[in-house]
Design a protein around this ligand. Sequence first.
Ligand SMILES: [Zn+2]
Length: 391
Amino acid sequence: MYHHHKNGSLERRAQASNGDIATTNATNGTVGASNSNSNSITRLLGNPRIDHMPDNYEDLPLDFNPLVFTSLERHLPSHILTLSRDLKAHYMSNILLRYLPHSERVRMQKQKEYRLKIILNYPPLHKEIYTMLSENFFAPSFLRAIKDNTEASFRSIMAEPSRGIYTFEIFQPHFCEMLISEVDHFERWVHETKFRIMRPNTMNQYGAVLDDFGLESMLDKLMNDFIRPIARVFFSEIGGSTLDSHHGFAVEYGANRDVELGFHVDDAEVTLNICLGTQFSGGELFFRGVRCDEHVNTETQSGEVFDYPHVPGHAVLHSGRHRHGARPTISGNRINLILWCRSSAFREIKKYQREFPSWCGECRRKKKERERIAVAATKAELLKRELKSAS
Ligand SMILES: [Zn+2]
């Protein structure tokens, strides 16, 4: 073994790891020099160029938050900085991808290929719904409220029939019809071409992921420009102001479709659920209180029971941790658009939080209970002292 030879140790180590390039290089002090990709990392600037005005990346279909690209651009070496925005984005994506675990990189690559395969083959029915045209999509009242962008303007179009559940009119009937026929058209294409598609989640047998057949950037705009401003006001304590990714899908209920949906929580910080139509009875959403991971199966409290009957064109906005389900659709067909909005910042911060989450109904109940017991104990102690001094 090389520890016998003080002077020869480096040499022997290099020999022992013969064929293992990374280790060999590490002994030479040139980590990653054999790899041209990781070599380029070393050329990122340690200090940001504060005088440089970065590009805006918000309209590009990227795997990471556009704000990450804006701030990373200030660290780019000069020969990259002068390239086009697309090339810079590509360069930075490659850097960021290296920070993801291998399994996550494989998953993202597979998803990309899957989507590309669909988009290259599926012929859209209504091209006009694939780019955000807010005047054609949204109800005028909703557009006005978003434009004003104040809590008062949001409240003016909303109802909060139960704590943390907001309902409002959002889409024009014509847009709902187009979206429904697009989803039908996609389902028919899937059936005819025998394309194997992935369903939206583990619970729905029917329905389609809208992001998979070209609606990803439109839905991203829906989240960024129309839902995040609202979430920032009403869901700030659960990451509402830092929503940065989404999962958008349509679910279908009725004959030959899913009938109902069991009790669950969503993989989302904030959920937008919009009824698109059409003719149906039943299918109410039932809510049973917001819960943290630890308390997801605890009892429902009296104020937490709430049932909501869907209205076509109307949205329900609620915490993803708000336990809910859908009652059976008794007759007709119902199709809903669901947008799970996520915040990577909130998920990251949550890992380090030790205090109880104030948004969990059970945590709040327990805290109140502890306070009640503490107050009762103090009162008993005081009473005991009074009795003593009186005797
Ligand atoms: Zn809790």
